[in-house]
Design a protein around this ligand. Structure first.
Ligand code: M6R
Length: 377
């Protein structure tokens, strides 16, 4: 059993604060310090098969599926492969259409989730090539898949997945860089740049944790709300879903995540001063597309703030002053590339869910009706 360090009241908080270390561990496994080349041999996917790949399916449940949704953006942009993400609990009842040159990636912290195992068996029965991305060594999912990529996050005790989620994002990014490099969708220089970005990530996670005290203060303002809306655009949309899931499971508060751009297609009508909105408003200032998306999101922020909506925003350090004019609480993360920002964005949202749960007196590490590993379908 993992020991609870006396500095932390709960495993969830300890595991949130472990993320700089677990990220460092994962990065060290995927990149060799001498020549910075990839080391993900466990996926057991020969170069000629990587060249022939035509499609990727990612299948998972809960938090792991949210990581898979971030992975969809990573793999599409790095390896230029079409990616489809599915709920394991849906896939396993389907008669899925798998292509000959399709890679099926099963993501799971525990490697014992019944729905995900069942999906793996379904994919294998269709002759799909399978890779498990798994945290627990030698778990059934890791043993049964054709290849495995371990996430190296260590034992996670709290039911709410935190450090295993960021470790999954790092594994997916390393996989994307590997596939992109092998398929030549990334040049040698681009591959090196992505590896350097990955190497710099653990320190950025550490810097992000500096928001912890501010998040605790923000949680006090929000704890009595009956419902929350989480918004994120593009690759940050799955982070909005994950922020909402963390709040639901630890605080039992209704929360919904949706793409920021969908607000004008209906949900905007229900937003008023009684529905706090949490917006992921980061951007990679060196990426014009990212800035364009950010400007559109800021326009929505201004509009809803004028209607008296309580907005909490996750922003990059350089944008704090601009966004703070309209938001009630602003939590900052360091600058990072578009594909790696999600790893930082989720940290204030994990802390927000944690502190609201503590303030409401919840059983943070073992929420009612849930278990760490869902071994029945
Ligand atoms: O062990 P797995 O990653 O397969 O578990 C899947 C979900 O049950 C899990 O991610 C669940 O959603 C989390 N406990 C939420 O924090």
């Amino acid at each position: 059993m993992e020991v609870l360090d006396p500095r932390f009241r709960h495993y969830m908080l300890q595991e949130i604060h472990a993320q700089p270390r677990t990220a460092l561990e994962a990065v060290a496994q995927y990149l060799s310090p001498e020549n910075r080349t990839k080391s993900i041999a466990g996926i057991a996917l020969p170069e000629e098969q990587v060249q022939k790949l035509e499609r990727v399916s990612i299948i998972a449940s809960g938090t792991s599926r949210h990581a898979g949704m971030v992975g969809e953006f990573m793999l599409e942009r790095l390896a230029r492969l079409p990616v489809k993400v599915d709920f394991a609990s849906q896939y396993c009842y389907r008669d899925p259409l798998t292509e000959h040159n399709e890679l099926t990636v099963l993501l799971s912290q525990s490697g014992t989730t019944a729905d995900t195992l069942s999906a793996l068996r379904q994919a294998k029965s269709k002759n799909a090539r399978t890779i498990a991305i798994c945290n627990v060594q030698d778990a059934p999912l890791a043993r049964e898949a054709d290849g495995v990529l371990y996430t190296h996050a260590g034992i996670e005790v709290s039911v709410a997945a935190t450090k295993s989620f960021t470790a999954q994002l790092i594994a997916l990014y390393a996989l994307g860089v590997h596939l992109g490099h092998t398929r030549r969708s990334l040049s040698a220089q681009e591959t090196r740049d992505h590896m350097n970005d990955l190497m710099a990530l653990p320190e950025k996670i550490e810097a992000t944790l500096a928001c912890a005290a501010a998040v605790e203060v923000g949680a006090k303002k929000m704890k009595d709300a009956k419902s929350f809306l989480f918004l994120g655009r593009d690759i940050s949309y799955p982070i909005a879903l994950e922020g909402a899931l963390k709040l639901k499971e630890t605080s039992y508060i209704h929360a919904e995540g949706m793409p920021t751009g969908e607000m004008k297609h209906g949900p905007n009508a229900m937003v008023d001063e009684h529905l706090p909105v949490v917006m992921v408003l980061t951007r990679d200032a060196t990426d014009p597309q990212s800035t364009l998306r950010w400007e559109r999101s800021v326009a929505l922020l201004e509009e809803i703030a004028e209607r008296g909506v309580q907005v909490t925003a996750i922003v990059c350090q350089d944008d704090v002053a601009t966004v703070a004019k309209h938001a009630n609480s602003v939590f900052a993360v360091p600058a990072a590339s578009t594909l790696l920002l999600p790893v930082l964005e989720i940290i204030p949202l994990q802390l927000l869910a944690y502190h609201i749960a503590v303030l409401k007196g919840m059983n943070v590490d073992s929420p009612r009706n849930l278990s760490k590993s869902v071994t029945v379908e």
